[in-house]
Write a protein that binds this ligand. Structure first.
Ligand SMILES: Cc1ncc(COP(=O)(O)O)c(C=O)c1O
Length: 288
C-alpha cells in the first residue's frame, strides 16, 4: 500500500510515518469515536448528518469537540485533493487523548483529544452479499459510533471464515443490523428495518434512504423489529452503509433470499430504491 496522507493532532504526516502515543486511550481502552464519510468523485456525501452523528457520539462519551466544522472541512479538502474522479472514504477518529499514567477514570482536567483523519479509496464490492446470522454480543450503547469494535470484528471474522460477506446480528430472536451495515427487508410490499435506539447504530445511509423513500412515496416504511424467521421468509433483503450504498443480500445461512424465479437475486424493490438512491447521490454533486 502506498503511503496516504494523515492528519494527526494538528500535523500532517502519512500512513508510513504517523505515530500515536502508547498512552492514547483509544489504543489502551478503545476510548474514542469515529466516522466514515464517503466522497464520490471527490465530493463528500452526507457530510452534515455524519458530522451531527460525530458530535452526538462525542457528547455521549463526554469528549469535547476538538475542532470546529470549518477546520474539519479544511482537513477533508486536503485529504481529497488527489481524489477527483475517484470514490473515497474519509476515516476520522477522536479519542480521549493520552494521559499518563494509564487509569480507567477519565483524566481530570481533560487531556487534549487525539484527532486523526485519513482517506482510502472505496473498493468495488460484489453485486450481492451472502450473510450468516449470529448472536449479537455487543454492549448496550450500540448507538454510539465507538472505536471499540471487538464484537463487530469477531462477527465479521466468523462470516469470513464461513466464506460469506456479512454477519447479521440477532438479539433475543430479533434482527438488529449487520456487523458494519444496517439491514432492510421487503415483506409483503413494506420496507421493514429495525428502529433506532441503543441496540443499533443509526446509519447515515439508512436515514438518508428512509427520508428519500418517504419524501418520494416509493414504498411504505415500517421501522420495527423482525424475527429471524420473518427475515428468512422476506421477499428481499438488503444492507446499507456509506461505502456500500444499498447492497442486496442474496443468501442467508446458506438459503437463497426470496421465492420463486427471483430467489437468490437482487429483487425489484431493492433495484428500484437503489436507482433513486443513485439519483440522490448525483443530485448532491456540485457542478464542476
Ligand atoms: C454497526 C454498524 N451499523 C451500520 C453501519 C452503517 O452506517 P453508515 O450508513 O453511517 O455507514 C455501520 C457503518 O460502519 C456500522 O458499523
Amino acid at each position: 500500500m502506498s503511503a496516504r496522507p494523515v492528519y494527526l493532532n494538528g500535523e500532517w504526516c502519512d500512513t508510513a510515518t504517523a505515530q500515536v502515543s502508547v498512552f492514547d486511550r483509544g489504543y489502551l481502552f478503545g476510548d474514542g469515536v469515529y466516522e466514515v464519510i464517503p466522497a464520490f468523485d471527490g465530493q463528500l456525501f452526507g457530510l452534515e448528518p455524519h458530522m451531527d452523528r460525530l458530535s452526538r457520539s462525542l457528547r455521549e462519551i463526554g469528549i469535547s469537540e476538538p475542532l470546529a466544522r470549518q477546520d474539519w472541512q479544511e482537513i477533508f479538502d486536503r485529504l481529497l485533493e488527489d481524489y477527483a474522479g475517484r470514490d473515497a472514504a474519509i476515516y476520522l477518529q477522536v479519542t480521549r487523548g493520552a494521559p499518563v499514567p494509564r487509569d480507567h477514570a477519565w483524566p481530570d482536567p481533560p487531556t487534549a483529544p487525539g484527532v486523526m483523519a485519513t482517506v482510502s479509496p472505496i473498493g468495488a464490492h460484489s453485486d450481492g452479499a451472502r450473510a450468516i446470522t449470529l448472536p449479537d454480543q455487543r454492549w448496550g450503547r450500540c448507538d454510539i459510533k465507538t472505536i471499540n469494535l471487538l464484537p463487530n470484528t469477531m462477527a465479521r471474522q466468523r462470516a469470513v471464515e464461513q466464506g460469506v460477506d456479512e454477519a447479521i446480528l440477532v438479539r433475543d430472536g430479533l434482527v438488529i443490523e449487520g456487523s458494519a451495515t444496517n439491514l432492510f427487508a421487503v415483506i409483503g410490499g413494506r420496507l421493514v428495518t429495525a428502529p433506532t435506539g441503543p441496540q443499533m447504530l443509526a446509519g447515515i445511509t439508512r436515514g438518508l434512504l428512509i427520508d428519500l423513500v418517504r419524501r418520494e412515496g416509493l414504498v411504505e416504511v415500517d421501522e420495527s423489529f423482525i424475527t429471524v424467521s420473518a427475515l428468512r421468509g422476506a421477499d428481499e433483503v438488503f444492507l446499507t452503509s456509506s461505502t456500500k450504498d444499498l447492497w442486496p443480500v442474496l443468501e442467508i445461512d446458506g438459503e437463497p433470499v426470496g421465492q420463486g424465479k427471483g430467489a437468490g437475486r437482487p429483487g425489484p424493490v431493492t433495484r428500484h430504491l437503489d436507482g433513486h438512491f443513485q439519483q440522490l447521490k448525483q443530485s448532491q454533486r456540485r457542478p464542476a
